[in-house]
Write a protein that binds this ligand. Structure first.
Ligand code: AMP
Length: 425
């Protein structure tokens, strides 16, 4: 199928061509016609499938058709869980809509509200928002959602996992009853379907690549190595790679910072992105990664959710996650929109159990790289010291899960595995 078969506005097609897209992705092929037709849509698709364009393009098309006189108020609302995603969605609207007369604006928390309030005063057709800041600005009277004709709930599963369900319901209460609804989620657990059922009217259902099959596209490998040698090995691996951009996952924010320092010391330009960094810092790091002035981005799972780099070929798991779905989400960062990617994992003795769980859900075994410089030599779990109340530095002896790790754990399905027998803290 070609883009011009989708009956989108010629100016959108022009922008799409300039982006170098040759054909619509499966989610775009399936979702764009019903959205243009005015149907509600229930989309099961994760980030990386081209789902943003699947809703942004037809929304832009529809709003462009609206006479300017009817466009004094916000017509479309996109609700998304993280500020990084919100920014990316806004970038997509601006990219695909650059030859149209449709305005978009993004608002999110964690930064001062005044610039957003000022921008809102100039008016917008499309508002992209995270729930907290949206409700704040509605409460202060800066946002009026009574004229919304299209509502998109993006990444509904993460919205629920991150505890935004009540905020979503509050937003729904201030939307007009008569509207078109688009609902996207990577998973369709019963509670997600219940939420979808309460929002959508006779939706057209579209579905692409379930999470466990994403892995098939990606060339995966694992190095068995002792924890203490991971830094040296990861430096060796990265030095030998040709990939221009590499995303490295660590389990903790502290670990991300530490690894970025180690890489920089070895002459590999790197930065870390995680929840403790200010929004400005994160954006700066992300921009540096995008324009290739740094080669390696070290990220924790939550921070990485918003990262969308088009030519990412390589993901490295510095630590294996104890939730197998997290592994699939991580490596899915490479095989975007049908491209194939590569994923390398470093696995110490303790993490071997996680590797087994991962191999079970991806239905394949991950090839092991033998003959590297730091083969595994410790074949037992090294017990961590128990915290003692009178010993200085006890906080470092046994680490409790951070707030971010708890959110990641809660956002993955295998809650039992995290809080139960595999709780390693
Ligand atoms: P998304 O799933 O919306 O996060 O999109 C993933 C990536 O795919 C983004 O970097 C888009 O720019 C890219 N993309 C979206 N649609 C297409 C397409 N039809 N062809 C090639 N790349 C695309």
């Amino acid at each position: 199928m070609q883009f011009n078969e989708l009956h989108l506005h010629p100016s959108i097609l022009k922008a799409v061509e300039e982006e170098g897209y040759t054909s619509p992705t499966p989610i775009q092929q399936q979702a764009i016609p019903p959205v243009l037709n005015g149907n509600d849509v229930l989309g099961c698709a994760q980030t990386g499938t081209g789902k943003t364009a699947a809703f942004a393009m037809p929304i832009l098309h529809k709003l462009e058709q609206k006479p300017l006189a009817e466009r004094k108020k916000i017509s479309a609302l996109i609700l998304t869980p993280t500020r990084e995603l919100a920014i990316q969605i806004d970038e997509s609207f601006k990219t695909y809509g650059k030859y149209l007369n449709v305005r978009s604006l993004v608002i999110f928390g964690g930064v001062g509200q005044q610039p957003q309030v000022n921008a809102l005063k100039n008016g917008t057709d499309v508002l992209i928002a995270t729930p907290g800041r949206l409700l704040d600005l509605i409460a202060q009277g800066f946002i009026d959602l009574r004229y919304i004709s299209i509502f998109v709930l993006d990444e509904a599963d993460r919205m629920l996992d991150m505890g935004f369900i009540n905020d979503v319901r509050k937003v729904l209460r201030v939307l007009p009853e008569k509207r078109q609804n688009l609902f996207f989620s990577a998973t369709m657990a019963p509670e997600i379907l219940a939420l979808a059922g309460s929002i959508l009217f006779e939706p057209v259902k579209v579905e692409v690549t379930p999470v466990s099959s994403t892995a098939e596209l990606i060339n995966q490998s694992v190095y068995f190595v002792d924890k203490g040698n991971k830094n040296a090995l990861v430096v060796d691996i990265i030095s030998a790679l040709t990939a221009p951009s590499i995303l490295v996952f660590t389990r903790t924010k502290h670990g991300a910072d530490k690894l970025a320092r180690v890489l920089n010391k070895s002459g590999i330009k790197a930065d870390a992105i995680h929840g403790d960094k200010s929004q400005n810092n994160r954006q700066r790091a992300l921009n540096a990664f995008k324009d290739k002035s740094i080669r390696v981005m070290v990220a924790t799972d939550i921070a990485a959710r918003g990262i969308d780099i088009e030519e990412m070929e390589m993901v490295i798991n510095y630590e294996l996650p104890n939730i197998p779905e997290t592994y699939v989400h991580r490596i899915g960062r490479t095989g975007r929109a049908g491209r194939s990617g590569q994923a390398i994992s470093l696995c110490d003795y303790e993490e071997k159990a996680y590797l087994k769980d991962i191999e079970k859900i991806i239905h394949q075994s991950v090839p092991v790289i033998e003959g590297h410089a730091y083969p595994m030599q410790i074949f037992e779990v090294i017990k961590k010291e128990k915290p003692s109340n009178n010993r200085p530095g006890r906080k470092d002896a046994v680490r409790r899960p951070s707030k971010e790790e708890k959110v990641v754990a809660a956002s993955n399905k295998g809650k039992k595995a995290w809080f139960g027998k595999r709780n390693r803290y």
